[in-house]
Design a protein around this ligand. Structure first.
Ligand code: GLC
Length: 739
């Protein structure tokens, strides 16, 4: 068989990327170019033929390595062109080894751990022929009813940007051509997290200033960090669905940001432009998406069917198609696929598997957040208790602890809490177990009596409750975010025994806990902790590790407060305890008045149950002596904000020190607090340390009324503390450079 085009080009060694791609492009037919713009799911037995005919640029959701290698062989040996395939998969928080869900990883506030997790996921998945993941998901998420908050990095643009960049570095490594690197994907561009009422795929209405100051910064950060691809969101953004939104995908992403990576649609989001009522038929949907700058179509075939006629009718120029196709080919070049597209199956060594599991445990340990620890009931001591009741539907379920997006998990690798606790205490403690409920949604209380019985005969009850994995993630949203089923009743029943309760919650979102808070002595929020959730939680419960996680998202008192987030605006009538009026304190027939009233509800306090950045430790940290090294400084300079951190408890521990600022007056109103830095500090008991943050005036910039990114002079507050409710404050002033 004569050498195909790519084989000929490969012989012409040392062609640089531009030369290789332009040479290849110049020899492609229009049909072949459009074939590169199509990604197909492997549910079609005609796929092999389509690959041979150069009609496929990428395959999604194929995970049999032999099939992947066969597809690559057909693409590179049997087709006329010989162009290798992008093999896409949702490797969101692990592949076979599952790390904590992204929202949990965000609770670690650790760029190192987030990067390492992504890197190991890249190694495992590339070992199976995957070369493109659809992660990180960096949608700012401020509505815990939305199921996809589980796969987000939380509510804050700074934290989301910082950790999102780390995840990209982990997936892509230092060189995309490394065989263990995979292309990352910034998704879902943009504003998807603002889906109204927390219902997935719902409308998003986001004023441009809010879009630019809150929702776009993580995408800009990843674009600047070299993320290889973007994914267009399903959502309707201000009346123009993103997949057809040229303002977002061209004017901002291409022209303003000069981003030249590949943009892929979301699953069938191009034909969905018809469902949105934005296009009258799939032909016009293909036109709008192509004009908007969606380079590759995922899972549907409107491009294959309709683009050729637009080019023949001169409605779309061949130059535009060439620009789009060259992005795809350059990505394949960067991935080294033109030389190395065959994956040798490499069974991981025992050592490597143990490395994965150890990292998965470390991430889970540092992602758990201690929300309550009355009377220091934690850590438990196995020599001081003789009996332990383990109760709850999630105590011994190696599947449910993995969370959402775990297509390729090796479920039998999971270590549950029950197994880990039994393994830890050995025969020093009598461990009794009852799940209490068959699932997290169950309302069948038949096992309550047995659960109560083992609690009555135990020194302490460790209850492990929460949400099954399927109750969060894509398309799985809840209008009520209490513990589902009758888990609250189970907690109540155990509470009535008088046995102290340590509550461990596994969930993919914040849970409203106000009703159960007084009934338990301690709460450890474990999110969905992944394969090694059991050992991580056990180490924390028994003091082998000290909780250090901090909330990446606000926990409301009840669902009626949503959206509730720390970086809110002050309003003209900010809520305060001085003005809060409880519904039960209003006189009967009180005359209508609003004087002195402020932005509160009558039936719930305006504060969150737990604020962004909150997390307890087994020690106590104190913050004192906040300082600024300059009380006023000019544009282009930096200020140093410092404080003394003291470990005044008895346990050596890590603290995530947080820096917040507030721009007191802006040409558009500014949030009452904005996270601008964090440091994970290890401090032995009894020691103190000065923690210093450096803030450049550029970091104080925001988009103004003219949508220009600009730092404005004026007074700023700066806080350093252990969470967003910190009150340790300093003031500095930015002045215009004197004439
Ligand atoms: C889904 C999701 C997207 C995912 C894609 C491929 O519908 O919206 O996040 O990467 O389809 O599975």
């Amino acid at each position: 068989m004569p050498a195909n085009i790519c084989q000929q080009l490969n012989k012409a060694k040392n062609l640089d990327k531009e030369s290789y791609v332009s040479s290849l492009l110049s020899q492609m037919t229009l049909k072949e170019k459009i074939g590169q713009m199509s990604q197909f799911n492997n549910d079609d037995d005609k796929l092999a033929t389509a690959i041979k005919n150069d009609d496929v640029g990428s395959v999604i959701n194929e995970v049999d390595l032999d099939i992947i290698n066969e597809f690559q062989r057909i693409a590179t040996k049997e087709s006329r062109l010989g162009i290798p395939l992008l093999i896409g998969r949702d490797v969101i928080h692990g592949y076979n080894t599952i790390f904590p869900i992204p929202l949990a990883q965000a609770a670690s506030w650790s760029t190192e751990l987030v990067e390492t997790s992504a890197n190991l996921a890249a190694i495992e998945s590339s070992n199976n022929g995957i070369n493109w993941t659809f992660a990180p998901m960096i949608d700012i998420s401020r509505d815990p009813r939305w199921g996809r908050i589980a796969e987000s990095l939380g509510e804050d643009p700074y934290l989301c940007s910082t950790l999102g960049v780390a995840m990209v570095k982990g997936f892509q490594g230092n060189n995309l051509a490394n065989k263990t690197s995979i292309a990352a994907c910034a998704k879902h561009f943009a504003g998807y997290g603002a889906s109204e009422s927390g219902r997935d795929y719902n409308t998003t209405n986001i004023p441009e200033n809010e879009l630019r100051n809150v929702y776009l910064p993580p995408f800009k950060a990843l674009a600047d960090a070299g993320v290889s691809t973007f994914m267009a969101s399903f959502s309707d953004l201000n009346g123009v669905p993103v997949t057809g939104n040229s303002w977002l995908l061209n004017d901002i992403l291409r022209d303003e940001w000069q981003y030249n990576g590949l943009v892929v649609s979301d699953w069938e989001s191009i034909p969905q432009l018809v469902t949105h009522g934005f296009c009258e038929d799939e032909k016009s949907a293909a036109f709008e998406a192509c004009q908007a700058g969606v380079d590759m179509e995922m899972a549907s075939d409107t491009y294959a069917k309709n683009l050729p006629s637009f080019i023949q009718e001169n409605k779309i120029s061949i130059e535009q198609i060439d620009t789009m196709v060259s992005r795809l080919l350059k990505l394949k070049f960067d991935l080294g696929l033109f030389e190395n597209h065959f994956t040798e199956s490499r069974n991981p060594t025992e050592h490597l598997k143990n490395t994965y599991l150890n990292v998965a445990k470390e991430v889970a340990t540092k992602s758990c957040v201690l929300l309550k620890n009355d009377k220091q009931i934690l850590p438990l001591c196995k020599t001081k208790i003789s009996s332990l009741a383990v109760i709850g539907p999630l105590a011994d379920d190696g599947y449910e602890q993995l969370g959402t997006w775990i297509f390729d998990a090796k479920i039998n690798q999971s270590v549950t809490c029950l197994d880990a606790i039994k393994d830890y205490v050995g025969n020093t403690v009598d461990v009794k177990f009852n799940e209490g409920l068959e699932t997290s949604r169950s309302n069948n209380q038949d096992s309550f009596e047995e659960a109560v019985k083992i609690a009555l005969s135990s020194d302490v009850a460790v209850m492990i409750v929460g949400e099954e994995a399927i109750l969060s993630g894509e398309a799985h949203c809840r209008s009520n975010i209490d513990l589902p089923g009758c888990q609250e009743q189970l907690i109540d029943a155990i509470h009535k025994t008088g046995t102290p309760i340590v509550l461990v919650i596994m969930a993919g979102r914040p849970i409203t806990l106000e009703k159960i808070l007084p009934k338990v002595d301690a709460i450890l929020f474990a999110w969905h902790p992944g394969t090694m959730g059991g050992p991580a939680i056990t180490d924390l419960l028994f003091g082998e590790a000290c909780p250090s996680g901090k909330l990446p998202v606000t926990f409301p008192r009840n669902v009626g407060q949503i959206p509730l987030y720390y970086g809110q605006k002050n309003t003209g009538r900010p809520a305060s305890d001085a003005t809060f009026v409880d519904i039960n304190d209003i006189e009967v027939r009180a005359p209508q008045t609003s004087l002195g009233m402020t932005s509160t509800h009558l039936d719930t306090h305006f504060s969150p149950l737990f604020p962004f950045g909150f997390g307890l430790s087994y020690t106590q940290f104190e913050y004192t002596n906040i300082q600024v090294n300059m009380h006023s400084f000019s544009m282009g300079e930096s200020v140093e904000v410092s404080a003394t951190l003291s470990n005044v408890g008895s346990v050596d521990a890590e603290e995530i020190v947080q820096l917040y600022i507030r721009d007191l007056v802006g040409s558009v109103t500014r949030p009452v607090k904005e996270l601008k830095g964090f440091q994970r500090i290890y401090l032995p008991a009894g020691q103190s340390k000065t923690v210093v943050f450096k803030v450049h005036t550029d970091e104080l910039a925001f988009y103004n009324r003219q949508m220009k990114l600009n730092t404005e002079p004026g007074l700023f507050n700066a806080w350093i503390g252990s969470n967003s409710a910190t009150e340790l404050k300093a003031v500095f002033e930015v002045v215009l450079t004197p004439e």
